[in-house]
Design a protein around this ligand. Sequence first.
Ligand code: AMP
Length: 190
Amino acid sequence: MTTLKMVILGRQGSGKGTQSLRICEAYGCVHVSTGDMLRSAVEQGTELGRQASQTMEAGGLVSDETMNGIVAQRLSRRDIAERGVLLDGFPRTAEQANALERILYDLGERLTVAVNLEVPTKTVTERMLGRGRGDDTPEAIQRRLNLYEQQTTPLLQWFDSRSLLCTVDGVGTEDEVFARIRAVVSPAGR
Ligand code: AMP
């Protein structure tokens, strides 16, 4: 039986984090979040962390070359071969998507599915404002959402052109949304 090799996409506030945990619990796959990997590199003060911290603070993207290297290394580990993977935060660019395709091919694997968790901008904005965090001003939220849109549109096209894209309605209770994800992942994967 082949394991799940899945990508999840979604705006900030889409519930992507919560659903990622549930997917990994249900399918037994490894959660690989490049944002988490970079944040832990920054905390640990590694060379990568020093290089990435300014870019991250400015809301920019770490270079494709760096990201592709990190992900290639992580995906080559045994737990991924044994359990499969849910990629969260990668790929962010078409170049990274091409690299992912190559990395998996070299491992004798291929991508199963890319789930796009769709929550309207208006809804995620309300959710984020509701959290009341200091950096969540309406302007900052708008800026981050615009950036996400710009970055993600070509990626959605990339996945769609390979018939890998499944858009899932992310509005509803956690259970409702998870049931929708299961309905697209299960037939695609196992
Ligand atoms: P995230 O938690 O996924 O929003 O990632 C936090 C920050 O890490 C992003 O704003 C980027 O600066 C950086 N980052 C994470 N994943 C990537 C990626 N695949 N490509 C480039 N930069 C990334």
